[in-house]
Ligand binder design. Structure first.
Ligand SMILES: [Zn+2]
Length: 296
């Protein structure tokens, strides 16, 4: 793994989940997200150490395991490092199995990764200016993918966007990436054009890019949401259950699903159904033990 400088003191480590690194004048650093596995965290740690930087702070954009399970490694090896995330992510930090419970709608199947018992967080961040080590960062709300996802703009005007926006290759490969709230995802995507930064970093399948490229990617993500919405409305010309919808979306789009992917799509389809119902584009009824949705 290499430490790639984006601008000034702002760097990132390109990985399965990209990790932001802001280096303070004294040689300590802040990580933005920490990767999925202990092995990935160890490689991130080695990259940081090879550049003579000391880990001091971690900001988690949101509490999904691929963004924060590396915390376990870092908090064990750097007991004095401080961990931050947003106030709205608190329930998930204190009880990481909540996400699996949302997926399964009850005590989750053991194979739906429950994560550790909890992720210890030292401070919860509000949106706005956050001053640390004499440097000013801006915390921006990126709600939609999760309840309380945040982004961070460094003093070098580099913005880390977490999973608020997906790369073209991610959209092509998965078609229906995880979103908790479709309306808020759309609002967040529109708000990105107002973000005052020169460079941006998304978490998966992408390099850091200049601001000029952002509108094109925003448009692709909005188009993706619209495509999925249209497919769902088309399928709901006849009454279907959520399970039917997932099956038909997966079959029509040739999406092979394992247990986790099934639940990611199942949850995101649920988010679409709420969004479409709120816009009075669909309705539902319960019939013979099935909850059925239909386009209006
Ligand atoms: Zn995520």
């Amino acid at each position: 793994m290499d430490l790639v400088r984006i601008k000034g003191n702002t760097c990132y480590i390109k990985a399965a989940t990209n990790v932001g690194v802001y280096v303070f004048a004294g040689g300590c650093c802040l990580l933005i997200d920490t990767g999925f596995t202990g092995a990935q965290a160890r490689m991130i740690d080695e990259t940081v150490k090879n550049n003579n930087i000391r880990l001091q702070y971690i900001v988690n954009t949101h509490i999904h395991l691929d963004h924060c399970r590396g915390n376990i490694y870092f908090q064990r090896n750097y007991p004095r490092c401080k961990v931050y995330t947003s106030q709205s992510e608190k329930p998930f930090a204190e009880n990481p199995s909540l996400l699996a419970a949302i997926f399964f709608s009850a005590n989750p199947l053991p194979d739906l990764d429950r994560g550790p018992r909890r992720f210890p967080i030292d401070h919860y961040l509000e949106t706005g200016v956050w001053k640390i080590e004499e440097q000013e960062f801006e915390i921006i709300p990126l709600v939609g993918h999760t309840i309380g996802q945040i982004g961070l703009i460094t003093p070098d005007r580099v913005c880390f966007l977490g999973d608020s926006i997906f790369s073209a290759s991610t959209l092509e490969k998965y078609l229906i990436p995880y979103r908790y709230d479709i309306g808020k995802s759309i609002t967040t995507l529109h708000s990105l054009s107002e973000v005052d930064a020169d460079y941006f970093v998304i978490s998966h399948d992408g390099d850091a890019f200049a601001g000029e490229e952002l509108p094109g990617l925003v448009a692709k993500n909005l188009e993706n949401i619209n495509t999925v919405q249209q497919q769902i409305l088309e399928l709901l010309r006849q009454p279907l259950s959520k399970e039917d919808l997932v099956e038909q979306l997966a079959t029509n789009n040739d999406l092979p699903l394992n247990l986790m992917e099934y639940h990611v799509i199942f949850s995101t389809v649920s988010a679409f159904l709420t969004y479409l119902l709120e816009r009075k584009l669909i309705n539902y009824h319960v019939q013979k033990g099935r909850l059925l949705f239909q386009s209006l």
